[in-house]
Design a protein around this ligand. Structure first.
Ligand SMILES: [Zn+2]
Length: 145
């Protein structure tokens, strides 16, 4: 009859190399706890059995922040001048007629923006909602005769 050996080392393999200031040595330390935000991991030093926080690489964090910014930009929450094709920009004039998605230039503000919506107000006044790089979201008149 063969006896089954129960192994405890289920989680074997998840280790991070870290220097322990108590042992003054670098070990492959098993990860004991992983938090949801992943800013910090807890490692168990095999030398002194102490718990050490492992801060994730600043570069990793920077990259995550950059990715978030990029996502926000795609969603239109943030607008940068390099997102606009300013060479195609039309100068804003009250008498003009603009399309959603068009890039316009506002001379007196010296600001570029993208038309994100068109609205008709009471009295048949037409407006465009423009997301400007510096001014943010602003409503401007269009088609003024
Ligand atoms: Zn140690």
């Amino acid at each position: 009859m063969t006896q089954r050996k129960v192994k405890n080392k289920k989680d074997h393999g998840r280790t991070i190399e870290q220097f322990c200031s108590v042992c003054k040595k670098t070990f492959e330390m098993p990860i004991v706890e992983e938090s949801d935000n992943q800013d910090v991991l807890w490692l168990n030093c095999p030398g002194c059995r102490g718990y050490l926080p492992h801060m994730l690489n600043q570069e990793d964090i920077d990259e995550a922040v950059e990715n978030e910014k990029e996502e926000a930009r795609v969603k239109g929450e943030d607008l940068a001048i390099e997102d606009l094709s300013t060479e195609d920009a039309r100068e804003y004039q009250e008498a003009g007629d603009y399309r959603v998605g068009e890039v316009i230039y506002h001379r007196s503000w010296n600001d570029y923006g993208k038309v994100i919506a068109k609205e008709t107000l009471s009295g048949h006044r037409k407006t465009i909602v423009v997301h400007f790089v510096n001014q943010g979201k602003t409503r401007l008149l269009e088609g003024v005769v």
